[in-house]
Design a protein around this ligand. Sequence first.
Ligand code: FAD
Length: 287
Amino acid sequence: MNVSSLLKAPGKTLSFEVFPPKTDAAFATVRLATELIAALRPAYMSVTYGAGGSGSAATLQVAEHLIRDLKVPVVAHLTCVGASFASIDRQLAEMEQAGVENILALRGDLPQGYDHQCADFTHACDLIAYVRERVDWSIGGACYPEVHPESASQREDLASLRRKVEAGCDYLVSQMFFDNNIYYNFLYKAREAGIYVPIVPGIMPITRASQIGRAVQLSGTNVPGRFRQIVDAFGQSPAAMEQAGIAYATEQIVDLLANGVEHVHVYSMNKPQVARAILHNVQELLK
Ligand code: FAD
């Protein structure tokens, strides 16, 4: 199943991101979580790359199980920071063997003191162009409604994003945001900048108070006062915070669908109960 064709065809979709195990010991737990999420029959699932230095093997193991055994379309993430042309060739061959035909091509976060001068790839657009020449897969890329932390301005960020699309990126998936107006404004500016591929909003259900600090630290995401109030009121109770986080994410998705957005990607954080509740809350809206 070609995910970019799915995103360009009529119809609404909900999809889920999962992450591979960080250690061998966690493999069984992650496998069960991904199986339970797959059983919800999402439009597709994406599998992140590089969790805790796990590299491509863990991503591929999860992706192959989803594709071959559970028959779910998969987008495998692939990063190029520190990669050589030869290592990407090797990974593409392994992906092909695992049945992968959709990737999300990323640069990855730069390790401290990273030296671009000795790298085969500098930006995600280099990886996208390289992969585009070698395989006929759907290729997605990342985008940042609140501007990538390394970019000096949104204008500069959008110019880079346009290069990514020109390099052969079929669609974009956004960084999380907690205020839909930020996404709508970004969509408008991206179109104005000549970026016409589908831009799928990424929704992160915050179900633990500690997730908020990490989300802000990683991505500089703006946390609206309304959401901070929810975390202040319910953050101490795991059950209450999970319910509130699901309700908030549901509200965001309902608003997106009501405003004509057709495809939403949910960062499931490997929590089947969260994925199930969100799907249940919006399934009539997806018809
Ligand atoms: P790039 O597109 O290369 O952008 C990085 C910076 O360089 C930006 O400031 C951009 O504006 C600038 N830039 C880009 N191209 C150019 C150019 N040609 N000239 C000048 N400047 C340029 N990380 C992981 O390690 N594993 C994952 O699985 C993963 N999944 C993700 C999924 C999504 C949906 C998102 C939004 C992020 C994900 N990340 C993941 C995080 C991502 O790797 C980081 O945000 C990283 O810092 C940037 O990756 P990128 O692909 O957006 O890089």
